[in-house]
Write a protein that binds this ligand. Structure first.
Ligand code: 13P
Length: 334
């Protein structure tokens, strides 16, 4: 795979007014989401739920790609068509979560490092053969009294860069996701400081590992007040500080940046993205790769009647995609 093909995929992922829907919850995370609405976490329910999401009519108007979990990439619609094929036909690029989740970082109580590099070369080959064209790896950085440590940041950046290099070798666009978790009482300035250090470390590691930035997408967390911080920054402050932080730490050659929602309300996630794009133009397209902020409302509706409510749930998925697609162009109105 040439760099041109990787770059073409990366650019398609952040095409104007389009973003990504993240539906790559592990079975354990899916269990939590389903439990919150009283649905048993069976393989068939997970399949039916993902079918409902992926077959939303006209989804590709605002959605360029979807990140799947390993199980989902191997599943089919009730009519027996592999999800990856349905997506390709509908103009949605298949993506795959390849990390194996965060594990405690030995010697650094309370901190974690994402694992999954062992055997990754072989797994990526298989994922490519199953139709995946981009991948995701999420690092988790927590802000606390003595954290994050430099060691935690470096270990996660190194793993992200090793993953990204392996993806490109397999012809898959790496989405690199260093998530700075919203939990905590830290203020927005602290979040800004940590985010900048983390991004500088990540792009240093990508450079060291010969990762071609033209074929890479950054999935970033916004610069935002900690959830339990008494002083919550305004939409404008979040947008302004996030853009400033990205401009100081992310090379302009990157094809695009997409945000995670990280536990923000649906409306906040859309409003923040919209405000950032109204401050543009920026060196890169700024779009979305939301999980909860794309799915939460639809899951609630679907859970009330798994068969009868498919169309109503899909209307909500489409509405969220549209709002976020407009926000990716700074054209959303409350
Ligand atoms: P949220 O938007 O729910 O944070 O999920 C995005 C994601 O993929 C996290 O890895």
């Amino acid at each position: 795979m040439s760099i041109d093909q990787l770059a073409e995929t990366a650019l398609a992922m952040v095409a104007p007014g389009k973003g990504i829907i993240a539906i790559d919850e592990s079975n354990a995370t899916c269990a939590k989401r389903f439990e919150s609405v009283g649905i048993p976490n069976t393989e068939e329910n997970r399949r039916a739920y993902r079918e409902m999401l992926l077959t939303t009519p006209n989804l590709s108007q605002y959605i360029s790609g979807a990140i799947l979990f390993d199980e989902t990439l191997r599943q089919k619609t009730k009519d027996g068509v592999p999800f990856a094929e349905v997506m390709r036909k509908n103009g949605i690029i298949p993506g795959i979560k390849v990390d194996k989740g965060p594990q405690p970082l030995a010697g650094f109580p309370g901190e974690v490092c994402t694992e999954g590099l062992d055997g990754l070369r072989e797994r990526l080959k298989e994922y490519a053969s199953l139709g995946a064209r981009f991948a995701k790896w999420r690092a988790v950085i927590t802000i606390g009294e003595d954290s994050p440590s430099g060691t935690c940041i470096e270990a996660n950046s190194h793993a992200l860069a090793r993953y990204a290099a392996l993806c490109q070798e397999a012809g898959i666009v790496p989405m690199v996701e260093p998530e700075i978790i919203m939990d905590g009482d830290h203020d927005i300035d602290t979040c800004m400081e940590v985010t900048e250090v983390v991004l500088r470390s990540l792009f240093g590691a990508l450079y060291d590992q010969n990762v071609m930035l033209e074929g890479t997408i950054l999935k970033a967390s916004m610069v935002i007040s900690g959830k339990s911080c008494p002083e919550q920054a305004s939409v404008e402050e979040v947008a302004e500080m996030t853009v400033r932080c990205l401009k100081s730490a992310v090379p302009a050659i990157l094809p695009g940046i997409v945000f995670l929602s990280g536990g923000q309300s649906d409306e906040d996630a859309t409003a923040h993205l919209n405000a950032m794009n109204q401050m543009g133009p920026h060196p890169w397209p700024l779009s979305f790769s939301y999980g909860r902020a794309m799915q939460a409302a639809a899951l609630k509706i679907w859970s009330k009647d798994l068969v009868g409510n498919v169309a109503a749930a899909q209307q909500t998925v489409f509405a969220r995609a549209k709002d976020n697609g407009l926000a990716a162009q700074g054209k959303w109105k409350k």
